[in-house]
Design a binder for this molecule. Structure first.
Ligand code: BGC
Ligand code: NOJ
Length: 814
């Protein structure tokens, strides 16, 4: 069953009923000011850090789901009836409800008793505010006398503290109201120099800033006493729960439309200019007032919206493809790229599943996110790489996370995830391939943000590489540390205490448990590093990196092969994990996927065996499960993986992040049908028809789909912020369609299904527009290229020597 449809032309997903199986969300903002917004206007906003600068409240774990939002109410002053045009919070039955989630905006419209209302929410580029444009039209034959209300509930900045420290926070709330603008200034009197504001383009017919005054005692957002009575009370919050509500009068003749603009924004004043007059306690509004005035003007709001559209047009135009498969096209051209931007911006911090208070930016996560993002904003990718590298430790190790506001490593989560450092090589390599900006390698970057410790970025990559070699185990495979990519394979944890964090508890010395996955990642990253060294003319280093890679491959062959597939790991007792000898967890996808992606076993048939075994044991109609058989009980020596009921998350769930590794592995074997088949099984657009089973948004990937051992097989969870976005984008674009960046130019190496007649694409790469057309003439993967009409050797198109800005590539596959 579907709950809406794709409007590809407008790059929107149109939801046609408000009660989707779960809140279907979108993101507002793409630079510093962000919000999440659901299809019924639920969600919240924050500035940079979803925990420390939360602007508005949201209630995770609430019933009904998805409460707290950007709520508009309309009231018919004659019938005294009131409703919300976004369905929540009043949940009236609406006519013609639609929610259009687009690129950086959401527009929710509906009609109720012949009054049409439509609200478009977005964040203008380069501003720290969001605009709500409410348009109300009277479709009656008689005049309508209405009141409109807009409301938000302020969060007292630190979302964690806001949800826990009531003895203090119920006293600190403060606001100001001036010229009809509500300013939220809790803690501004002391150490903060920032405030939030909520403004309205119409002369106000009333406001409220104290939640209880607005809602009335013992009432919820579904039935505010003031809205019911038709009049706000002009309350000023002193402590308790500061909020913002505006009331406007709407007298509409038949057919008449009126637009009202609401602004919710964040502003920082210079520390020495906080107050006006200087010795008062009143916010200095001199700097913010022009911004408010500007965007309350509907024509400026429209212009800002137009700029946002153009921004997305230009970002998405960097890669566009036309294949016979609509699901590929719309995910690659629109939604998957868009999701990659969200994961780059927010890492894993704020979604319907990430509460905004839990995590900083992950070292491995952010590096992987670059794979799907780097082409859209290389300069931001550069900055991110340098920030990440600056948190690296002198040993080459990494803090597992860092905080975006301070850019410092986060000691609470610690380090010792032994795969982490290698991802820096993968991220930097992706950046170099995209940009050809070799200067980044010479950029001095400190270790652990320690002034004086600066060394060129290249040195960081070398230490990442050595970090693995310095930590080899009994079989000469890499020691796993706290965990590798699979955060839940905690082989040194041995936790038997309820509630202990699997991520930070270590009860073993860590000298035995080894990871075949890290070995594969080492082989992959080592090859990338060798290619970088080679490009820089460092022959000795190139040779020694390749020698280490070859050694590691040999170790994998000897100690990482189980006969029909690659082993996953050795535990603290030196026993095999992911082996036919195991009772449960006999085969894991990570090692099959990453070994084959890294090219291990392509020459001796083991790669093929491993992927055949994957198909036989792990593939399901909803995607490839993480391992089989699922763990049916808790294993002290395995940790969190066995804490999940079978079929969920890392315990045999369909982890959509790792499916692309097997897709890429299949392309390395030349099996385009298999690769694209795996791609389609988890492609959200291709799952739209089974929306009642899948339940998450059909326009973005979810981290996990419940595996075959789960009672809810096929049900997705944890949409939006997942490495799945970047990896699927990377797999389909660079390996299946084969439009691949390389250090030397644009490589064209499609491995598409045999029945696919070809495709066309445009790629803007290093300032040149490449028009690509691929035609299939035979069933294989051999490609013959002509560039601007002239045949070339090989499949790498070097940047035009004569400075041409447009190049046409034709490829014949046979
Ligand atoms: C989840 C993992 C996640 C980890 C780190 C675990 O509970 O299952 O997917 O990576 O937490 O926060
Ligand atoms: C989610 C985490 O963000 C990611 O870093 C990890 O690799 C996967 N879960 C698998 O555990």
């Amino acid at each position: 069953m579907k709950f809406g449809y794709f409007d590809d032309l407008n790059r929107e997903y149109v939801i046609t009923q408000p009660d989707t199986p779960l809140p279907w969300i979108n993101y507002l903002g793409c630079q510093a000011y962000f919000g999440i917004i659901s299809n019924t206007a639920g969600g919240y906003s924050f500035y940079r850090d979803a925990r420390l600068r939360r602007l508005t409240r949201y209630r995770y774990n609430n019933v009904p789901l998805d409460f707290g939002g950007r709520y508009v109410y309309l009231r018919d002053n004659e019938s005294k009836e009131f409703w919300s045009p976004s369905w929540q919070p009043t949940r009236h039955e609406l006519k013609d409800y639609t929610c259009r989630h687009g690129m950086g905006y959401t527009a929710i419209g509906s009609s109720y008793s012949a009054i049409e209302a439509h609200t478009r929410y977005f964040v203008p580029l380069d501003e720290n505010l969001e605009i709500w444009q409410l348009t109300v039209t009277n479709r009656r034959t008689t005049k309508a006398t209405l009141s409109g209300f807009a409301s938000i509930e302020f969060c007292l900045w630190d979302a964690q503290d806001d949800a826990t420290n009531f003895q203090r926070n119920l006293n600190t709330g403060q606001v100001e109201v001036e010229d009809g603008v509500i300013y939220h200034k809790t803690e501004y009197r002391e150490r903060r120099n920032h405030f939030a504001y909520f403004a309205c383009s119409e002369p106000g017919a009333g406001f409220d800033t104290q939640r209880e005054a607005f809602l009335g005692r013992n009432r919820g957002w579904d039935k505010p006493a003031t809205v019911e009575a038709g009049q706000l009370t002009n309350s000023i919050a002193h402590g308790w729960s500061p909020m913002g509500a505006h009331q406007v009068k709407l007298e509409l003749e038949p057919g008449e439309t009126k637009q009202i603009v609401f602004l919710l924004g964040y502003h920082e004043n210079p520390v020495d200019q906080k107050f006006d007059p200087p010795n008062s306690q009143t916010i200095n509004k001199i700097l913010v007032k022009p911004v408010i005035a500007k965007y309350l003007d509907p024509s400026n709001a429209d212009a800002a919206f137009e700029r946002l559209r153009q921004y997305w047009d230009s970002l998405l135009s960097i890669f566009q493809v036309d294949t016979p498969d609509i699901h590929t096209n719309r995910m690659v051209n629109i939604w998957n790229a868009y999701q990659c931007m969200a994961t780059f911006n927010l890492s894993r911090s704020a979604s319907f599943y990430e509460s905004g208070i839990g995590r900083g930016l992950g070292f491995r996560d952010s590096n992987q996110d670059l794979l799907g993002f780097v082409h859209m904003a290389p300069s931001r990718a550069r900055e991110r790489i340098l920030d990440l590298a600056a948190t690296q430790l002198p040993t080459g190790g990494a803090y597992h996370q860092y905080q975006p506001l301070t850019k410092r490593g986060n000691n609470d989560i610690g380090g010792g995830f032994n795969d982490d450092p290698l991802w820096l090589i993968v991220g930097v390599s992706a950046y170099l391939k995209e940009t050809g900006d070799w200067s980044i390698l010479d950029q001095p970057v400190p270790y652990d943000n320690e002034p004086g410790s600066e060394a060129p970025l290249y040195d960081h990559l070398q230490r990442s590489f050595s970090y693995t070699l310095d930590r080899l185990g009994p079989h000469r495979l890499p020691l796993i540390g706290r965990a590798d990519w699979n955060d839940c394979l905690n082989l040194n944890c041995f936790s038997s205490t309820p509630g202990q964090s699997f991520q930070t508890t270590t009860n073993k010395d860590g000298k035995v448990a080894e990871s075949v996955f890290i070995a594969a990642l080492f082989v992959h990253a080592g090859r990338e590093l060798a290619a970088i060294a080679n490009h820089r003319g460092l022959d000795g280093e190139t040779t020694s990196y390749l020698a280490e890679v070859a050694k590691m491959e040999e170790v994998v062959r000897q100690h990482g092969w189980d006969g029909e597939w690659f082993l996953r790991a050795y535990d603290d007792f030196g026993a095999k994990i992911g082996s036919k000898e195991c009772e449960e967890g006999k085969i894991f996808i990570e090692s099959q996927g990453f070994c084959t992606l890294a090219g291990i076993g392509l020459d001796d048939g083991t790669a093929k065996k491993a992927l055949d075994a994957t198909r036989k044991h792990l593939a399901t109609r909803h995607g490839i499960v993480l391992q089989q058989p699922a763990y049916s009980r808790y294993y002290l020596n395995l940790g969190e993986i066995s804490s999940y009921p079978p079929g969920y998350k890392e315990n045999a769930g369909i982890f959509c992040h790792v499916n692309p590794w097997a897709m890429i592995g299949e392309t390395r074997l030349g099996r385009g049908d298999e690769a694209h088949d795996y791609y389609s099984r988890i492609n959200p657009s291709a799952r739209e028809e089974i929306g009642d089973l899948h339940r998450c948004e059909p326009y973005v990937y979810a981290q996990m789909i419940a595996g075959k051992d789960a009672p809810t097989f096929g049900e997705a969870k944890n949409s939006w912020l997942t490495g799945t976005a970047a990896w699927n984008y990377y797999a389909i674009v660079q390996w299946i369609l084969g439009v691949r960046t390389s250090l030397d130019g644009l490589e064209i190496a499609p491995v598409i299904p045999k029945s696919c007649p070809g495709f066309t694409a445009t790629r803007i790469f290093r300032g040149v527009v490449y028009s690509i057309s691929i035609e299939r003439k035979g069933e294989g993967n051999h490609i013959a290229l002509t560039v601007d009409g002239a045949p070339i050797e090989g499949n790498i198109v070097a940047p035009p020597a004569d400075g041409r800005k447009e190049v046409s590539i034709k490829g014949i596959l046979s």
